[in-house]
Ligand binder design. Structure first.
Ligand SMILES: NC(=O)c1ccc[n+]([C@@H]2O[C@H](COP(=O)([O-])OP(=O)(O)OC[C@H]3O[C@@H](n4cnc5c(N)ncnc54)[C@H](OP(=O)(O)O)[C@@H]3O)[C@@H](O)[C@H]2O)c1
Length: 202
């Protein structure tokens, strides 16, 4: 697939590396194409390119917002027309304000109503996403979004990362998925950051 990744830090860089290894076409969208983060991401993601954020968004059938939540509101309008695109939201909103939607993902969907917003990857620490293999089972990422077709696409992309992608339904469930990050942060204080959620089923 053609994937535009806005942000080339821990999360954007790791996703780009995993997806290029699986044959996807990745363009990183960066404010500064010569920044150390961009150079590191390009060095690891074979065949990936860097462009401006709006060019990367125009390129992608799928666009990942791998940027801080605090940058999302200002960044989205600069990405151009996102209608019909799948927007993956891995952000973690640590505080909400008056008038905010119950989740960051629903806020993003309000800002880009013509796009298909899908929450994913937010509950996985960067250290785990970089190397998601555990001997004891696959790391789960919970996927939610209002378009079933978009969820299916993101589930396939998450599987390409080596994750166990679990369909968590519509965007109304995003507050639940986002709250898991807060649980993760509590658990990481006791167990360290090399931990991850995994959904058992039979
Ligand atoms: N770190 C984790 O463990 C983790 C886990 C799950 C989800 N997340 C979420 O994933 C997102 C990315 O986190 P990260 O750890 O990858 O962060 P990061 O390593 O700090 O990278 C952030 C990226 O966003 C760009 N950026 C920062 N401020 C920006 C702005 N105002 N406008 C446009 N781009 C901006 C940075 O570009 P510059 O280099 O130009 O500053 C950089 O490429 C966050 O929303 C975070 O909550 C993080």
């Amino acid at each position: 697939m053609k994937i535009g990744i806005i942000g080339s830090g821990n999360i954007g860089g790791a996703l780009g590396r995993h997806w290029t290894a699986k044959g996807h076409d990745v363009v990183f969208g960066a404010r500064d194409p010569n920044s150390p983060k961009v150079r590191a991401a390009l060095a690891e993601a074979s065949g990936a390119r860097v462009a401006s954020p709006d060019e990367a968004a125009a390129f992608g059938e799928v666009v990942v917002l791998a940027i801080p939540w605090t940058a999302v509101r200002d960044t989205l309008p600069a990405l151009g027309n996102l209608n019909g695109k799948i927007i993956i939201d891995p952000t973690n909103r640590m505080a909400s304000g008056p008038g905010d939607a119950p989740s960051a993902a629903e806020d993003i969907q309000r800002l880009v109503p013509g796009a298909h917003v899908v929450k994913a990857f937010n509950t996985i620490a960067a250290e785990v996403l970089a190397q998601p293999h555990f001997d004891t089972g696959k790391v789960t990422t919970f996927i939610c979004g209002d378009s079933a077709e978009a969820r299916t696409t993101v589930i396939a992309l998450a599987n390409d990362v080596g994750l166990d992608a679990v369909d968590a339904g519509t965007l109304a469930n995003a507050p639940l998925v986002e709250s898991l990050t807060r649980l993760y942060m509590v658990l990481a204080r006791n167990y360290g950051r090399q931990i991850a959620f995994s959904l058992l089923r039979r």
